[in-house]
Every structure is written in C-alpha cells, then in structure tokens.
Ligand binder design. Structure first.
Ligand SMILES: [Zn+2]
Length: 396
C-alpha cells in the first residue's frame, strides 16, 4: 500500500487555529498539507510522535545570507541546498535567500541561481523567493555592505533582476535619488519594499510608508535612530502600525531592552525575527567572508576588520529563545514572530504560518527548552535530532 504521501503527527501541543492558545492533539497531513488539525489518519501511515513537545508552524526567515560555509552570492548548485539543510536543523522551513550589495553581474547570477534552485526540491527549508538587500541603499549607513557597490536606484538594472528570478523583497533607502520610481516599479511587480540601510528622516520614512513601503530591515541597525526631536527611521517604524519590523534577536545587534521596546510598540502581528546569518553560521570561530570582505567571528559576533558588525551567526531557534527572554512573553504569545508574522509580511499567510487545515505541513517540533527536535517540510520529516528516532515509524 502506498501511504508515502500521508503523515500522522500525534501527541502534539500546538496553537489552535482560532485562538492561538495551545491544545494537545493529533494532526493528519496528506500531500504536504494539513488536512485535519484534530485527529490523525485512521489507516496505517508514517507517523511522528511529538509527545512532550511543542509543535509550531515552521520558522520563516526573510533575511538570511548563508550558513554552513555557503552564501547566496556563491551562486553555485550546492550553495542553496547546503543552506536549506543547515537551517532546517534550526527549525526553518521557508526562507528568502538574501543577496548582498554587489556589482550587477554577480547579483544577477545569484538571482538566476535561486530561480534554478526553485525547480528542484530542497533537502530542507523551502525557498520562498529572493530578497535583494541593496544595492540602492544609503552610503551613510552601509553597515557591512561594501560601500563601493552602493549606487543610485536604476530601473533598467532592477528590471533585469526581476527577469532573472522570483524577487519578492527589496531593501532600499527611500530618501536616495530615484528611489521613489523604483518603489513604484517594485510594488507594481508585486515586490514588497523594505526600508533599510537608510539615512531617512522621520518625515521621509513616513512618506515612504505612504508610498507603499511596508517593512523595515533589521530595525535599529543601519538606520537613523530615535531622538526625541528627530525621531528618524526608528521613530517612524515604532510609531506606524502599518510597518512590519524585522529584528535580529541575537542580543548583539540589539540590546534586550531595545528588543522589549520594539515588541511593546509593534506587537506580535508586526514584529518578525530574522537571522541575517552569514556563511560562518554553524562553523567554528575564525575568519570568514561576507560580500567580498573578510569578516572575523568570535564569541558569537561577526565583525569587519574595522569592528563594524557584519551579519550574524544567529539561528532562528536561538532567536526565539532570546526574544522570549528579552520580552518575558510566553511561547503561547510569542510564537507568531517566527512564522505567522513573516508569512503575513511576505503575503503568503493564507498557506503558511498556521497549524490549520489547508496550510502547508511545514512544522517544527520543539522540546521544553525550545531546542529543535524535528522539522517537517511539506509533510516530510527533513530533520530529526539524534536520539529521537523512536518518534518516527509506521503506526495505525
Ligand atoms: Zn543589512
């Protein structure tokens, strides 16, 4: 009997679709979709036992450059599968590989490579589209983006990037020359526009939101800060309920108290955790590379030679743990910030980010310490922690 397309998940503690509060129960999955969130399949089929654990919608990372020695900009056939496998071990089931601010040809090559990779089934987390970080950002807030590659908005170039692959997100500085027309072109093409690496004033940021910018890249980092007479991009993001705010919750990029402030201002429907992880993630401390520049990883921090923070070596499971510690929010309240909210920000919340019938069976099983026990993508177990083999088998 062929039951390869079915999976029963039993004894899981998961958020109820209607209220979000946790219930213990069984789930039935067929053809990669949750078909029943209250009972398992009655016929024998593969099963996953989540006893003693939480089951959440799989993590969605909208800002990730790389991991496990690989980077989106490598544009090789092996890079994205390797990143996909690595982040699935940390509970990520969907991601938007994120480019760096680079010359045009390698950026096109990276987008084309993502497009080719979409045609194959990834071994772990699924690719949900491309996030372009730059190159149309502010030279005043390069962060770890190579300054010489920052340039004014260029509609012809952007058109080529759109043609090269499934661009879904672009981070740009709306105050820069030509940015307005580029925002309009992006929105017309269904691309969500994110303010980031920006020297905008509060007023310029609000004008960009009115124009359709809907999200902020790594809030607090590489943007004008909050001053009580010059509220800057941070003040605009904190005070405007339309805007989704990305947060690198590693406690290095943002102090835990500032994380708590952001959580109070934005709430769980507008705050989303990202990793901004680079190729060094998951590797031992030492020298690595980001956007063609050497970076140095030590004590959980990545920095350029001049000390500038350069991406992170954060994983999403750790981000969730840091976020809960910083805010005091229980998991029952905080869980959407790693799945439902990023899905909403990307416009895919009708299929991703809920343990409900009709939703993708992209799920993560967490133990009581919020460490990842198992990850499923489209109902397929893509990661199972060592020692947990007893949880899988064929049951009735
Ligand atoms: Zn950045």
């Amino acid at each position: 009997m062929d039951h390869s397309q079915k999976l029963s998940i039993v004894n899981s503690r998961h958020p109820q679709p209607s209220t979000g509060t946790f219930v213990v129960g069984d789930l039935a999955v067929a053809d990669g979709i949750i078909v029943d969130e209250r009972r398992a399949h009655t016929a024998p089929c593969p099963r996953l036992d989540a006893a003693g654990c939480f089951l959440l919608p799989g993590f969605i990372d909208l800002h990730i450059h790389g991991g496990a020695g690989h980077d989106t900009m490598d544009a090789t056939p092996t890079s994205l599968p390797a990143i996909s496998t690595f982040i699935a071990r940390h509970g990520v089931t969907g991601f938007t590989p994120t480019t760096m601010t680079a010359p045009h040809p390698p950026t096109v090559a990276a987008v084309q490579n993502i497009s080719r990779s979409l045609a194959q089934v990834m071994p772990g987390a699924a690719i949900l589209g491309v996030h372009l970080e730059g190159p149309y950002i502010s030279p005043r807030f390069p962060g770890a983006q190579a300054k010489e590659n920052i340039r004014p908005a260029n509609l012809a170039e952007f058109g080529e990037l759109l043609a090269a692959g499934p661009v879904k997100l672009i981070t740009l500085a709306p105050e820069e020359a030509g940015a307005g027309a580029l925002i309009d072109a992006a929105l017309a093409a269904g691309v969500r526009v994110i303010i980031g690496h920006s020297a905008a004033s509060y007023e310029q940021a609000i004008a960009a939101f009115d124009r359709g910018v809907s999200q902020a890249t790594h809030t607090f980092n590489a943007m004008t800060g909050l001053h009580h007479r010059k509220p800057g991009v941070v003040g605009a993001v904190l005070s405007d309920d339309r805007i989704f705010a990305q947060l690198i919750a590693d406690t290095v990029h943002v102090h835990p108290a500032a994380m708590a402030v952001l959580a109070r201002c934005k709430g769980l429907d507008r705050l989303l955790l990202i990793t901004d992880a680079i190729r060094a993630t998951g590797l031992p401390d030492g020298e690595s590379e980001l956007g063609g520049q050497p970076v140095f990883v030590r004590d959980g921090q990545c920095r350029l030679a001049d000390g500038t923070l350069a991406g992170s070596i954060l994983t999403m499971d750790a981000a969730l743990r840091h976020f809960i510690a910083a805010t005091g929010w229980p998991l029952e309240k905080a869980w959407p910030v790693t799945s439902r909210t990023p899905a909403t920000a990307l416009g895919i919340a009708d299929e991703y980010g809920s343990v409900s019938p009709g939703y993708r069976a992209d799920l993560v099983v967490l133990d009581q310490n919020l460490e990842v026990v198992a990850t499923t993508v489209r109902g397929r177990v893509v990661y199972l922690r060592e020692g947990e083999e007893w949880r899988v088998g064929v049951g009735d």
